[in-house]
Design a protein around this ligand. Structure first.
Ligand code: ASP
Length: 358
């Protein structure tokens, strides 16, 4: 896997099966697209044109499936704003030609990418299903085969000509999640993703059971793609014993515009005066402080405990039950695309793409 981020276009290839539904599978890298080299034993990206050798059953689908392979396949640790923009552009330029999209992506930062794409693509009326795997497709016990096949089936699922899931989702281990609600919580189990604060969008067993009340409805408006991303955001995770020097160093980061503060429990932080003053000074300098919780589930409730009252008084913004992944990407998105600070404040407390429960 190269780490070259100059993601150039691409080769696209076409496999006509039937004109029923058409899907675009976008392969960006990650474990799923790997095979074991028979001589060295190490993992290498495989040639996607040989995909049917690994998943011959794909040929039985009644869909037209095209593949778009990123020129430089990346381990998802190398995901960057340039990558997100390229992915959004691939989808934008082919949006009208396909009924759904499957994005094959490394699992490590899949939750960040799914959240970022959900913000970049406004008025999305088609399914975009991210998936990947813990074991490469070329390994006998791979989870990639099932993840891939089910993601395709979900992306192609329509009822009365309406997509079943017109949103950015993550499919993994028989479960379909809203993408911007997910967190990767396990580095080796097939069950690798969680969405504690939002119900599953679908569960796959003998049938695919869609949880329709929790799935966005199409709004039939024209897709708008936002491509400005401002990365002047810091993430500070609190822990007992955090030093004053460290907090000051983070807040003095050059060009810093926003801080995502990962607090304890329901938005709690040390009440030491040096800490509160440091955060207050940052807010007075114009830095936006967005409070999220370190817990996988539950919500920030500023003022519930004495240990969060001071934060409320100095003007932090509550992220309610948003995940850290969604908070960071939402902040980068808003700083890049919204000029007025009041609007950013307001949108941070609004569920723009179903990423938070107010
Ligand atoms: N390091 C890999 C990646 O995120 C792991 C995976 O694909 O699961 O690209």
């Amino acid at each position: 896997m190269g780490s070259d981020r100059s993601l150039q276009p691409i080769n696209i290839f076409h496999n006509v099966m039937n004109q029923n539904r058409s899907l675009l599978v976008i392969y960006t890298g990650g474990t799923i697209g790997m095979v074991q080299d028979s001589e060295s034993g190490s993992l290498l990206p495989f040639n996607f044109e040989n995909l049917y050798q690994y998943i011959p059953i794909l040929k039985n689908f009644n869909y037209t499936i095209d593949f778009y392979v990123f020129d430089t396949l990346i381990d998802s640790s190398n995901v960057s704003p340039a990558f997100w923009i390229q992915l959004a552009e691939v989808i934008e330029s082919r949006y009208e030609s396909y009924d759904g999209f499957v994005v094959l992506h490394g699992t490590d930062t899949m939750s960040f990418s799914a959240a970022m794409l959900s913000f970049m693509l406004e008025n999305l009326n088609k399914p975009i299903v991210f998936t990947g795997s813990q074991l490469p497709l070329g390994v006998i016990r791979t989870d990639g085969r099932d993840n891939f096949i089910n993601a395709i089936e979900i992306a192609a699922s329509y009822e009365d000509d309406m997509p079943m899931v017109p949103e950015v989702c993550v499919y993994f281990d028989n479960k379909l999640f809203r993408g911007n609600r997910t967190t990767k919580f396990n580095s080796e189990n097939f069950k690798a993703f969680l969405s504690v604060n939002y119900p599953l969008l679908a569960e796959v067993g003998v049938k695919i059971k869609y949880n329709s009340p929790y799935i966005q409805k199409p709004n039939f408006k024209k897709l708008t793609v936002y491509k400005n991303i401002d990365c002047n955001v810091a993430l500070l995770k609190l822990y007992p014993g955090i030093s004053e020097h460290l907090v000051h160093a983070v807040l003095q980061t050059m060009e810093l515009k926003a801080l995502v503060l990962e607090t304890f429990g329901s938005g709690n932080a040390p009440t030491d005066s040096w800490f509160i003053e440091a955060i207050e000074q940052a807010i007075n300098k114009g830095i936006i402080v967005y409070v999220v919780t370190q817990c996988n589930g539950g919500s920030v409730e500023i003022g519930k405990y004495e240990t969060s009252r001071d934060l409320g008084r100095i003007g932090v913004i509550s992220g309610y039950d948003i995940t850290t992944e969604a908070a960071i990407t939402k902040m980068m998105f808003l700083l890049g695309n919204v000029e007025s600070k009041e609007s950013i404040y307001q949108l941070l407390q609004t569920s723009m793409r179903g990423e938070m429960t107010i």
